[in-house]
Design a protein around this ligand. Structure first.
Ligand SMILES: *Cc1c(COP(=O)(O)O)cnc(C)c1O
Length: 715
């Protein structure tokens, strides 16, 4: 059949499934058609092809001799989608035809679809991609934010500016989801003050279907048409309205699609209303009592809690909950106190707000933190939910986060892997044995590859700096300096993440004089590349960012400290593939896991991090660097001071000397040794394949089987 399709048809079909985004060769095909347009469209092939109708595309493809590789990758895609010999086909059979339903408020799949704000979303995206590669039966549910999360720039003063642009569904790989009779779907959720409607979109992520609810429909009151426009904006009323759509509306969408999930996985508490709808279904369709429906629903519930930061847990006032969930509570026979009690640590306490995390714990029998240390912290944090249990017996386990190898590994490093690792390394990337062969790569080759990736990062930064400085209207000198910012030979440290205060982006410059000495050392210079967004209402975060921008304009530091605006998946990709060192210095233990450092590992960069999150279990003394000794202090100022000193001591005492120590071939042999050790000891362990396999074995299969041995009920 495929022979009859034109190359244009094949490329269009490839563009309609995000599978292409983790096939570097397909990205290469799209890029070579029109490199400039490729960049301008945020690497969006659907948009690109709008500019290349068949009569314009065909000659271009002939010129570039691309037909045979298009045919090959089209065939590969068909085979991938049809395969029934996956890991999931042997390990997830219990899930049968009833998939896991994975709910998340954000999904970070690709830079061209800005419906994520940071780590939580990117993790969800990686979860889907690995579930696809592994063949795990899973469908995903989220919201379609047609204005996304904001685009960031900085003004002349270095102050963050937020811009929103409307996404055009015609230029995205997105289509209306259809019910079994082929009709588009509209679902609704009743509140005390009116009904909210949503249509449902479908996005294909390899074998995984992602359904996104969108309230921009005619039936809605004007205020609700914009309800799902933006991610994490608006006050608690908007928030709870989004969350009833995600949870209750999301499950209704699955029902309308004819999908009966075996497991409900709540990725963070935002979707914790979903099980309430499941209880309603069980009572209405199967005639169950509330108690039975509640028990069975909790058995199939899996919950991942993502942060010890208080502000990360949604809490709502009683009247907001009653207004929005009251009608559903009526249907399942819960009175107001019964409903509110589900979101309270102490159900009797009338002044405790309703917490989505508490609701999620109560409605799922399997709860996970996102790293070993975060498990310990979460058991302590939520102990009062199980007052009769000792802390270590609190039923919250952990599955450490991981990253999707195919999405974060650079093509250059991938070709090394292809050569030195076993042929099927990608399909067995969670197997430690596969990675032991990485030692076979020669020091010279690894270093040369790393240098070329670093070169790409530096030229990316120079381009971006030029654009940024043109936009913000800085001085001609600064604009000129962009062209030779950053030195390809200097030790290059990357720091990119949300500018949340606990992440302490400016910790390294706490002692500014010492910092300047380190950076400007003429024999052994150090340079830093920053990126990150502050939440629109986070003034502190914006101040930190402004400080860094001001320093980047300091005459002593120009070209040695740079901040790349509009941190997104594209910026991440460049940074994690090209840095020598990845710096992470959160206030322990607030970084539940962190994942950006895991992306760095795959590409040969070294982690330099507080022993928090995943690094507390990944660091072995020889595969990177640690800040501090894994202690926390209740006084923030003391902890910050201590960590800042340790950071600078390790940087000057260990990292700089190791990096600049060269042999007669100008190779930093001991450094390269450490790079190899990092890949070998960390690559298999912190991949999303391992994470999804853990979820299947420890959470999904038991939850789908209704086995209740592991987690005792809360209620
Ligand atoms: C990976 C990633 C993150 C997560 O970073 P942390 O290490 O968890 O802070 C955030 N944002 C983007 C765009 C990412 O790609």
């Amino acid at each position: 059949m495929s022979e009859q399709l034109s190359a244009y048809d094949k490329l269009s079909r490839l563009a309609q499934n995000y599978w292409w985004s983790w096939q570097p060769e397909i990205g290469h095909i799209f890029r070579s058609i029109d490199p400039q347009l490729w960049r301008k469209t945020d690497h969006n092939p659907v948009k690109l092809l709008k500019h290349y109708p068949p009569e314009k595309l065909e000659p271009r493809l002939r010129e570039l001799v691309l037909h045979s590789s298009i045919n090959r990758y089209y065939r590969k895609c068909q085979e991938y989608l049809a395969s029934d010999e996956t890991w999931g086909d042997t390990h997830a059979t219990l899930l049968g035809h009833q998939p896991v339903a994975y709910f998340s408020a954000e999904f970070g799949l690709h830079e061209s679809l800005p419906i994520y704000s940071g780590g939580l979303g990117v993790l969800a995206g990686d979860h889907l991609k690995s579930a696809s590669d592994l063949g795990v039966p899973l469908v995903a549910v989220g919201l379609f934010y047609d204005e996304g999360y904001f685009t960031q720039s900085a003004d002349e003063e270095g102050w963050q500016q937020e811009h929103y642009t409307r996404l055009d569904v015609d230029k995205l790989p997105i289509e209306p989801a259809l019910d079994p009779s082929g009709q588009p779907i509209t679902i609704s959720v009743k509140t005390r003050t009116g009904e909210i409607f949503a249509k449902v979109w479908l996005i294909n992520v390899g074998r995984i279907r992602l359904f996104l609810l969108d309230t921009d429909v005619e039936q809605n009151a004007a205020e609700d048409r914009n309800l799902t426009s933006r991610l994490y904006s608006g006050g608690s009323r908007t928030r709870i309205r989004q969350e009833i759509m995600l949870g209750i509306g999301g499950l209704r969408a699955l029902t309308a699609l004819g999908i009966q999930p075996s497991v409900i996985h709540m990725n963070e508490g935002h979707s914790a209303f979903a099980p309430l709808e499941m209880i309603r279904l069980r009572m209405a369709d199967d005639g169950m009592s509330f108690a039975d429906a509640m028990r069975d629903t909790a058995r199939q519930g899996v919950f991942t809690t993502h942060t010890p930061v208080e502000a990360g847990h949604d809490r709502f006032e009683a009247d907001l909950v009653e207004e929005h969930v009251g009608p559903l509570a009526d249907e399942i026979g819960l009175d107001t106190n019964g409903l509110l009690g589900l979101g309270r640590l102490d159900p009797q306490s009338n002044d405790e707000p309703f917490c989505m995390t508490v609701l999620a714990f109560k409605l799922s029998r399997r709860a996970n933190a996102v790293s070993n240390l975060h498990g310990v912290v979460s058991r302590r944090m939520w102990q009062s939910l199980w007052p009769w249990r000792a802390e270590e017996e609190i039923p919250i386990g952990h599955i450490t986060n991981g990253v999707h190898v195919g999405s974060w590994l650079s093509p250059q490093m991938r070709s090394i892997y292809d050569r030195v690792l076993p042929a099927d390394w990608y399909d067995r990337s969670a197997d430690p044995e596969v990675w032991s062969d990485f030692d076979k790569v020669t020091a010279a080759e690894l270093w040369e590859t790393h240098q070329s990736l670093k070169g790409r990062l530096i030229s990316f930064c120079r381009d971006r700096l030029k654009q940024q400085r043109e936009r913000s209207g800085t001085s001609p000198e600064l604009l000129e300096a962009a062209a030779d910012a950053l030195d390809p030979r200097a030790l290059t440290i990357g720091f990119a993440r949300r500018f949340a205060p606990y992440k302490r982006a400016d910790l390294v410059m706490r002692d500014l004089e010492r910092f300047k000495q380190i950076v400007t050392n003429s024999d052994r210079p150090v340079q830093l590349i920053y990126a990150g967004k502050a939440h629109p209402r986070d003034e502190m975060g914006k101040k930190v960012m402004q400080n860094i921008i001001k320093l980047s304009r300091d005459p002593d530091l120009i070209g040695r400290i740079v901040l790349i605006e509009n941190y997104d998946i594209n910026v991440t990709r460049h940074m994690i593939q090209g840095v020598d060192v990845w710096l992470n210095n959160p206030r322990r233990p607030l970084e539940a896991s962190g994942t950006s450092g895991q992306k760095v590992v795959l590409n040969g960069g070294l982690n330099f991090s507080v022993l928090d999150g995943w690094w507390a279990e990944g660091y072995d003394g020889k595969n990177g660097f640690a800040i501090g000794r894994g202690r926390s202090h209740s006084n923030n100022d003391i902890q910050d001071q201590r960590d800042a000193e340790s950071l600078v001591d390790v940087l000057t005492g260990e990292i700089v000397p190791l990096f600049y120590e060269r042999n007669q071939d100008d190779l930093p042999v001991d450094w390269i040794h450490m790079m190899k050790r990092a890949v070998r000891t960390l690559g298999w362990r912190f991949g999303a394949d391992r994470m999804v396999m853990d979820y299947v074995r420890k959470s999904y299969v038991p939850a789908a089987g209704g086995l209740s041995s592991e987690m005792p009920p809360v209620l």
